[in-house]
Design a binder for this molecule. Structure first.
Ligand SMILES: Cc1ncc(C[n+]2csc(CCOP(=O)(O)OP(=O)(O)O)c2C)c(N)n1
Length: 575
């Protein structure tokens, strides 16, 4: 077995060096007394030129997790987060739930308060060390991680780190949790030997059986009105390419319903929109790609009873969701990248060319008439005050440029925005834990310093994202991101959900719907003065194009963060 030996005087030295050797670029960290030997190890590594992950201080745990999330979505490279014992773990939970449901691997770690009250290196020396002890620290996070463990001694360091990383990266991917007791991390070592490269089977990938492929191919080849619903499918770059090719080859329309990341360009001839309606009701076969919620029965209805439904994904039944009963006539196990080319091959000769070409023509015609409707809506929206979110979406689309990456939590109305490339528009994770937008935009920028990154956030989502922590990190790393806040002074989604349940109730008649209004309306743009960024408030529709140019100039040319506080009307009123 090839071995490598590195210099290390403590377990913390060896731990950080091993993370770097196993491909971890960053440790997004929110530190406390548990970090003593980690801090010492980072300082020593810098002084002695040892290779360790880059430490990034992130002053809120949820932002740290979202940064790891955004970085992975862009690069496919998993990162590590370390937080302060139990309280830090508690603060990170929202982000971990998002990552877990979106299959984002993260090495989530936390210190452990010392168990020894005296007598050993690292023993308790602060009053918090008593009250911070848990019976089961991982218990609070266990439901949303694939594996959890506590490092017991130096001897098992390589095994534990490799197992954590291998399991996080094995499909279905997701976060893992490792607690690192202070005494163990400060134990002395005299150098550290480990297997290099690792032999622990990083990132296994499940694939479909021949029977699954044949049954799916037979359904899709016979269908006259098949439909693809893409959702979490393009989290892997190779899957995005496979979806685009498969749909184009067999002329199957794609609906990107609540996609976590866009699978295809908005110019793709088979992209028919973002809403399962009306396509779902007319379909005779539905291919759901990594879709935990391919449609919402109470909103969209269901496909016709005799339509066949194929659920394709690494875990097509989403075993960790307690109740989920979408039809599944065939479950195909695998990523779209792996499974779609196999299904395409099996469809060859079965699918009738004339049926495919007739469908292609019908879809092109439908798209053309849809575009005319959008133009009419846009024309009307362009003059409205407060600014109509339709007009805002259009202006952002015009200004952003083809290279931009947009993180949308979740105010941007996608049918008014052009994305030339797949995987350039990131949507909110299915778990809906608000606050992911600020941090994942920072993670995306860290992964792609040369690209323009734009975070489009509701005023509610912005505040959930711990913006002061996020702006601080950007200024510390000298990374410019443009934030566009759709400021409607409310939680429209919360209001809407109450009124949909009680359409004729008291809340519907109230001037201000309780627990859904955010007034008085703050001047979020002033926050930029604190962080050396560029801030602007926009009240009128005609001001927006100019404001976007100025803000983009700030991020692209002046290299400072920017924020547009956009005073918008309700999105619900938008066509
Ligand atoms: C952590 C968390 N808390 C609460 C919610 C419930 N919630 C869903 S949408 C929403 C309002 C978001 O407001 P905003 O971003 O301004 O968008 P708007 O609905 O006004 O368009 C809230 C509070 C949530 N999803 N996540």
């Amino acid at each position: 077995m090839p071995k490598d030996r590195i210099e290390a005087e403590t377990v913390a030295d060896a731990y950080l060096a091993l993370l770097a050797r196993r491909g971890i670029d960053y440790l997004f960290a929110n530190a406390g007394t548990d970090f003593a030997s980690i801090i010492e190890a980072f300082a020593k590594a810098k002084a002695m030129g040892r290779k360790v992950p880059e430490p990034v201080l992130v002053p809120h745990e949820n932002v740290a997790v979202a940064m790891a999330h955004g970085y992975y979505m862009m690069t496919g490279r998993m990162q590590a987060v370390m937080v302060h014992v139990g309280p830090g773990t508690a603060n990170s939970l929202n982000g971990i739930m998002n990552a877990s449901r979106q299959r984002v691997p993260i090495l989530m770690t936390a210190g452990r308060t010392p168990i020894n009250e005296s007598g050993v290196e690292g023993a308790r020396n602060n009053f918090i060390h008593w009250a911070q002890e848990h019976f089961d620290q991982a218990g609070m996070i266990r439901e949303f991680v694939k594996w959890d463990y506590e490092l017991r001694n130096a001897n098992q360091l390589e095994t534990v780190v490799d197992r954590a990383i291998a399991l996080a990266r094995t499909e279905p991917r997701g976060p893992v949790y490792l607690s690192l007791p202070r005494e163990v991390m400060s134990q002395p070592l005299n150098g550290f030997s480990f297997t290099s490269p690792s032999r622990r089977g990083f990132g296994t990938m499940p694939g479909p059986t021949a029977d699954q492929v044949e049954r799916a191919a037979s359904i899709l080849a016979k269908a006259e009105r098949p439909l693809i619903i893409a959702q979490g499918a393009a989290r892997l770059a190779a899957s995005a390419t496979a979806i685009g090719e498969f749909a184009a080859r067999f002329a199957i329309p794609i609906v990107e319903f609540r996609t976590n990341v866009n699978a295809v360009s908005t110019e793709h001839p088979m992209l028919v929109g973002f809403n399962p309606l009306p396509h779902l009701r007319e379909a005779d076969a539905v291919l759901c790609l990594e879709a935990d919620t391919p449609w919402i029965p109470t909103q969209h209805g269901n496909p016709p009873d005799d339509a066949k439904v194929i659920q394709l994904g690494v875990d097509p039944l989403f075993q960790r969701i307690p109740i989920r009963s979408f039809p599944c006539d065939v479950a195909v196990i695998g990523t779209p990248a792996l499974a779609l080319p196999l299904i395409a091959k099996a469809m060859e000769g079965q699918a009738k060319r004339e049926v495919i070409e007739a469908r292609r023509a019908r879809i092109a015609k439908g798209k053309e008439s849809g575009r005319a409707e959008l133009r009419t809506n846009l024309e009307r929206a362009s003059k409205e005050s407060p600014i109509n979110p339709v007009w805002a979406a259009h202006c952002i689309s015009e200004a952003k440029g083809d290279d931009a990456i947009v993180v949308n939590e979740y105010s941007l109305i996608l049918r008014y925005v052009q994305f030339k490339e797949p995987r350039t528009c990131f949507g909110p994770p299915g778990a809906g834990g608000l606050g992911v937008g600020v941090g994942s935009a920072i993670g995306a920028k860290l992964a792609n310093p040369s690209k323009t990154v734009i975070a489009v956030l509701g005023d509610g989502s912005y505040m959930f994202g711990n913006p002061t922590a996020g702006h601080y990190v950007l200024s510390a790393l000298q990374l410019p991101v443009l934030f566009i806040i759709f400021n409607n002074g409310m939680w429209e989604e919360v209001e809407g959900s109450a009124l949909r349940v009680f359409p004729d109730g008291h809340a519907a008649r109230a001037n201000r719907v309780p627990v859904a209004q955010l007034g008085p309306n703050p001047h979020y743009e002033h926050l930029m003065a604190v962080y050396g960024g560029y801030g602007e408030r926009v009240d009128r529709p005609d001001q927006l194009p100019g404001a976007l140019q100025r803000a983009l100039h700030a991020v692209r040319i002046e290299k400072r963060q920017a924020l547009i506080n956009l005073i918008v009307g309700r999105r619900g009123a938008a066509p």
